[in-house]
Design a protein around this ligand. Structure first.
Ligand SMILES: Nc1ncnc2c1ncn2[C@@H]1O[C@H](COP(=O)(O)OP(=O)(O)OP(=O)(O)O)[C@@H](O)[C@H]1O
Ligand SMILES: [Mg+2]
Length: 256
């Protein structure tokens, strides 16, 4: 069983009107590895994520989780199975503190409810302890008491990752975790991904445009172009693949 992919798409396809955004993509994701998905703008990367997380329903094809067909499960059920998708910024509660935001994620995992009027300090001390430990793991513990709305953009992205970690997903779908960050903030995200990877208990599927970062963390890289999978190989092989260079890099590698 150890060679069963944790996620597998079989000829997964989605059309929007006449446009085929993801076109018969068959991809196996090995457990406990970092798989990156790259490709030009509009190639279908986010759409592929939406098909894996259940936000979009496939026109045809299927998605498997540990060999089981999950194509017809909704996002909440896929999340319960352990497929975690990074929160969009709108999912952060801006007026709550950093710790409170993470604690709410821990709470939603434990299913103990969202009763804001209870005395959390006594009843939910263990949830706060866990939330604090998660903040430490993403190097955000110093900010635990800050209001989320006061964080920099980069810190908010780290908070999103912390909130995702709080759900204890087996698979983490990270869609451009460094988008909109300043150059100085990028290494912190890279370190967090490396740290999660070093624990070898999660599978990460990463979409990123920063090629240096992709090369630094990926075990393997899939390349999408106009909805089609055009390559799926080791980082080294991808970096020297002429078709990929032509399609994605436009002759010059983006770095950052
Ligand atoms: N809900 C939708 N309705 C119509 N078209 C959509 C929808 N979602 C995605 N698309 C289209 O599917 C194609 C792929 O978009 P997608 O967002 O997956 O690209 P991407 O590879 O993530 O690009 P980027 O690097 O810019 O984030 C685009 O042409 C997009 O306009
Ligand atoms: Mg996208």
């Amino acid at each position: 069983m150890s060679n069963t992919p944790i996620i597998e798409s079989k000829a997964i396809t989605i059309r929007f009107g006449g446009h085929v955004a993801v076109n018969e993509v068959s991809l196996q994701i090995e457990p406990f590895k970092v798989k990156s998905i790259i490709g030009p703008n509009g190639a279908g990367k986010t759409t592929f994520f939406n098909l894996v997380s259940g936000e979009y329903k496939a026109t045809s094809g299927s998605v498997l989780f540990k060999g089981k067909d999950i194509t017809h499960l909704d996002p909440a059920d896929r999340c319960k199975l352990g497929i975690g998708r990074s929160f969009q910024l709108t999912n952060i509660f801006p007026t709550l503190t950093v710790l409170e935001n993470v604690r709410l994620s821990v709470q939603s995992r434990e299913n103990v409810g969202f009763d804001f009027w209870r005395n959390f300090r006594h009843k939910y001390a263990h949830l706060e302890d866990e939330a604090y430990d998660i903040l430490k793991s993403v190097l955000m513990d110093a900010k635990w008491h800050d209001e989320a709305s006061n964080l920099t953009h980069g810190e908010q992205r780290k908070l999103e990752i912390a909130m995702l970690l709080a759900l204890k997903p087996e698979v983490m779908l990270l869609d451009e975790p460094t988008a909109g960050m300043s150059i100085e903030e990028v290494p912190a995200i890279l370190d967090i991904i490396k740290e999660i990877k070093s624990r070898s208990d999660k599978t990460i599927i990463l979409v990123e445009h920063k090629f240096d970062m992709i090369m630094a963390v990926s075990d393997s890289i899939a390349v999408l172009q106009e909805g089609c999978l055009i390559a799926n190989d080791t980082p080294q092989a991808i970096a020297s693949n002429e078709q990929v260079r032509a399609a994605y890099l436009g002759g010059g590698m983006k770095s950052g």
